[in-house]
Write a protein that binds this ligand. Structure first.
Ligand SMILES: Nc1ncnc2c1ncn2[C@@H]1O[C@H](COP(=O)(O)OP(=O)(O)O)[C@@H](O)[C@H]1O
Ligand SMILES: [Mg+2]
Length: 245
C-alpha cells in the first residue's frame, strides 16, 4: 500500500507546486514509484513545472466523468515518476466537479508507493476536496508570520478531518532579513520542521525551464534540501504507517 500525501498551504505562492515536483522526482530517484497529481483545478501548473507538454486527457476530464483515470496518468522522463496533469482552460474547469477528487485520487494508493497531491491554497471547497484526498499532509510555508499563522489554520482543520500531519517545509528562507528563523517557526507551528529550503535563484530558473531543480541543478542548495526532504519523508512514512493503520 502506498501513501497519499497532500501538499498544502494557507497562502498561495508558498512553493507547493515546486515542492510537489521536486519531491516526486527525489522520491523517484530513491526508487519509489510516484504519482504527482495536479489537484489545483483552477490554477494548474504542475505539468508546466515538470516540463510535461502535449497532454490530452487531464484530471478535469476524469472529474467530469468523460475519461478513465488510467488515461490521465502520464509517464515522465524522470525515473519512477508519473503525473496526472490538470487542464488550464476554463471550459474544462467548469465541467469538472472538485467534489469527486477523493474518489478519483484515493484508489491510486494501491498502485504507487507515493501519491503526491498538489493542492490549492486555503480552505475553500476546492482546496478542501483536494486536501481530503490525502491521508497525510505536508504543509509548505514561508518564513513570514501571516504565512505561518495561515498554515496553522489549515493544519488544524486537516488534523480535525483525520489527516496525519507529517510536518512542515519552511520554503524561501533567506529572502529577507526579517525572516522568522526555523527554530521559532517550529515553536509556533508545533509540528515537526522537515526541511528548510533556502531562497535559491536556481529554483526559479528551473521553473522557467520546466525542469525541477533536483534535475536542473542537482548540486544547488535548493536541490540538496529537496533530496533531504525526500529522505526524511520516507523515514516518517514507515513510522506513520505503523501508527495509522
Ligand atoms: N526556495 C525558492 N527559491 C526561489 N524561488 C522559489 C522557491 N520556491 C518557490 N519559488 C518560486 O516561487 C514561485 C511560486 O512557487 P509555486 O511552487 O508555484 O507556489 P504554489 O504552488 O504554492 O503557488 C515559482 O516561480 C517558484 O519558482
Ligand atoms: Mg501551485
Amino acid at each position: 500500500m502506498g501513501r497519499l500525501i497532500s501538499i498544502v498551504s494557507g497562502k498561495g505562492g508558498t512553493g507547493k507546486t515546486t515542492t510537489t515536483a521536486n519531491l516526486a522526482i527525489a522520491l523517484g530517484k530513491y526508487g519509489q514509484k510516484v504519482c504527482a497529481v495536479d489537484a489545483d483545478l483552477t490554477m494548474a501548473n504542475l505539468s508546466l513545472v515538470m516540463g510535461l507538454d502535449d497532454v490530452d486527457v487531464t484530471i478535469h476530464d476524469v472529474l467530469a466523468g468523460e475519461a478513465k483515470i488510467d488515461d490521465s496518468i502520464y509517464t515522465t522522463e524522470y525515473e519512477n515518476v508519473h503525473v496526472i496533469p490538470a487542464a488550464v482552460d476554463w471550459e474544462h474547469v467548469i465541467k469538472a466537479d472538485p467534489r469527486n477528487l477523493p474518489n478519483v485520487i484515493k484508489p491510486l494508493k494501491n498502485r504507487f508507493d507515493f501519491v503526491l497531491i498538489d493542492c490549492p491554497a486555503g480552505l475553500q471547497m476546492d482546496a478542501m476536496s483536494a486536501m481530503l484526498s490525502g491521508e497525510e499532509a505536508l504543509i509548505v510555508t514561508n518564513p513570514e508570520i501571516s504565512c505561518i499563522t495561515d498554515s496553522m489554520k489549515v493544519g488544524i482543520v486537516l488534523k480535525k478531518a483525520g489527516l496525519a500531519i507529517l510536518g512542515f517545509v519552511l520554503n524561501r528562507y533567506g529572502r529577507s532579513e526579517n525572516d522568522i528563523p526555523p527554530e521559532a517557526a517550529e515553536e509556533v507551528m508545533e509540528i515537526p520542521l522537515l526541511a528548510v529550503i533556502p531562497e535559491d535563484s536556481a529554483i526559479r530558473e528551473a521553473t522557467l525551464e520546466g525542469v525541477p531543480v533536483v534535475v536542473y541543478k542537482p548540486k544547488s542548495e535548493g536541490a540538496k534540501a529537496f533530496m533531504e526532504l525526500a529522505e526524511r519523508i520516507m523515514r516518517i512514512a514507515g513510522y506513520k504507517a505503523r501508527v495509522m493503520y
